[in-house]
Design a protein around this ligand. Structure first.
Ligand SMILES: [Zn+2]
Length: 295
């Protein structure tokens, strides 16, 4: 069993921690990311535990409590290979400014495993952001004793994906979450020694064939051609005794529609060629065909 403990930073109703233009709040990003990462981790066979599954709370959950919950669950599962991963986005001052970039934290008491995990996630996430925005900044792995990672008993890191007080970074935080999650899981897989399987991009709809094959019209045994509404009635009467037939108006008739062509009334003069039956008017055609059928 490989255990990933996700710790989504902050609660909803805590003041501050939002983009200067109020277009994104940090808790919402953290929460969205934890579920995206959870999804991908589980697809890779990693067990996921959330310290803060419902951040829609009035108060911040204490940082010590988050670490205690993680420690308790890890002990309960007999201390399997694990990673405590705290999800955050960064801020500098209250207005948009130039400070930007991606950084990952470990505590001063970090194990080698923590250091490896931080390196892999940092590299992978930064590389992805750089592929979107060439001005992306790699702030590297840093050491700071944030309570959550300091008090977690298993290897632990804290990611600050990017700055929501920087316009370019904010755009990525809002628009590229699937890719951020994908890059994160890539780093986490490397840490656990699991083969990373990229998510298949959704298949686009097949292109519409600009030149669809021309359908060959069916060749009927019998084809009754008429012109005008009165003759249509005669044509229909004619068709009663026919098998495998089609009744068409002269305007849509095409050669090759039937083996036996019956031409009714007014259509007679307009249709050129050799036909089984025609007459000087619709009644003559009808008589001829009726006689033929009775034979
Ligand atoms: Zn935060």
């Amino acid at each position: 069993m490989k255990l990933l403990i996700l710790d989504s930073g902050h609660a909803e109703y805590v003041a501050g921690r939002e983009a200067p233009d109020k277009s994104m709040r940090e808790w919402e990003f953290n929460n969205d990311m934890q579920y995206k990462i959870k999804n991908l981790a589980e697809k890779h066979g990693i067990t996921v535990f959330l310290t803060n599954p419902y951040p829609q709370q009035k108060d911040e959950m204490g940082l010590t409590k988050r670490a205690e919950i993680a420690n308790g669950y890890w002990a309960l599962k007999q201390k399997p290979p694990a990673l405590f991963f705290s999800i955050h986005a960064n801020a500098y001052k209250n207005e948009f400014n130039e400070a930007r970039g991606t950084e990952t934290y470990i505590a001063s008491n970090a194990s080698q495993n923590s250091k490896n995990a931080a390196k892999y996630v940092q590299e992978s996430v930064y590389k992805m952001i750089k592929s979107i925005d060439t001005n992306a900044k790699d702030r590297g792995v840093k050491v700071a004793d944030f309570t959550v990672i300091y008090k977690a008993n298993m290897p632990s890191i804290l990611a600050e994906y990017a700055f929501y007080t920087n316009k370019e970074d904010l755009k990525i935080l809002k628009e590229n979450r699937d890719q951020l999650a994908e890059a994160t899981i890539q780093g986490i897989c490397k840490y656990f020694g699991i083969e990373y399987i990229p998510t298949e991009p959704e298949k686009p709809d097949p292109p519409i064939d600009p030149d669809p094959p021309v359908e060959q019209p069916k060749l009927y045994e019998n084809c009754v051609v008429y012109s005008g509404q009165v003759d249509e009635n005669i044509a229909q009467i004619l068709s009663w005794d026919l098998k495998d037939y089609v009744v068409v108006d002269l305007s849509v008739y095409k050669e090759g529609l039937g083996k036996n062509i019956y031409v009714v009334g007014a259509a007679c003069g307009k249709l050129k060629g050799d036909y089984n039956f025609y007459g000087k008017d619709r009644w003559e055609t009808l008589d001829m065909v009726m006689n033929y059928i009775k034979k």
